[in-house]
Design a protein around this ligand. Sequence first.
Ligand code: SF4
Length: 376
Amino acid sequence: MPQKRSLPTVLDLSKSELEALVVGTGEAPSRTGQLWRALYHERRASFDGMTFLSLRCREALKRRYVISPLDPVQCLASKDGSTDKAVFRLPDGELIETVLMRYEPDGHRKVRRTVCVSTQAGCALGCTFCATGQQGFRRQLSVGEIVSQVMFMERLAGTDEEAQMADGTQTRSERQSVTNVVFMGMGEPLANYDNTLSSIRTLTDDQGLHIGARHITVSTVGLVPPILKLADEDQPINLAVSLHAPDNVTRSETMPVNRQYPIERLIEACKTYIAKTRRRIFFEYVLLHGQNDHVHQAEALGRLLTGTLCHVNLIPVNPTVDGPYRRSARECGSAFQAKLREYRVPSTVRTEKGIDINAGCGQLRARAVAVDAEVL
Ligand code: SF4
């Protein structure tokens, strides 16, 4: 019903806001916990079956809220089955995308299922190598719109689990759905700071989705004030910073934000973040052929980051259809990495998965894969 679609999502409410709503309909405050669990733990899709709430309360919820604000308009699966991408229409017609990536166990790591979420419809920052950046900013996503993306992918990942349990390749005790979340989809998460942080609190809530903070990564283009603010939050999440060049001239060519927050200020903020949180930072470096992949630039990057608690992810660019950039040769990535090694800066050259369904943000999946591969 069209009228219904314009209602906000109940997932936008904090626990205390939910309690005020529940108590306002005459329920005991203790019902809030049950409602919270029904929404986030049991992933109920409708208020109707929540019979632990009075009819009055359920009707009040239905009149004022929907549960999921997402209308999936396209779901694509990669040929190798490792990656799914969903495009969602939001109640006001804006489109966003979300990606689910599956990883088989390797070495010391268990099965992982990582969701890459969007935090804004469009993006104002205009990085020249990014398809989303070329669309411009539309609006901020709400807390519920961010969390719902993970919950949708939970259901998708859950169907894998049922299949694995049925064929005996996974037992109930090994059962897990989404294990990691990376804030690397459309938009700049730190430009939607409050909603990003609130959604992290919901994702990590042990009565809800219960995803460990250490399995959550927030990526930023390098906004200095929110990086410093994040350093004071009590959230042991991972921070990834898109660097993509070791000098201001080169960086400003592809990342207009560098004119506002040049490299010196950005690195200083990163060092403050590391000193306060004692956590390493992931620096993302998309290799653009002929632009930032020369050995002398690797040397400059080594000088810039030597002695810093960090890890560099070197990511061969995924060229967009109309974009001006070409992928660097494999040898180029190896030479770049070897130079960083001379400066004792740890790095990894990444390859991406699910490239055949990458129809949206040019770098979305590549960046997400690169950082996630380093996060346990
Ligand atoms: S790379 Fe990220 S910050 Fe840059 S334009 Fe794309 S979405 Fe925005």
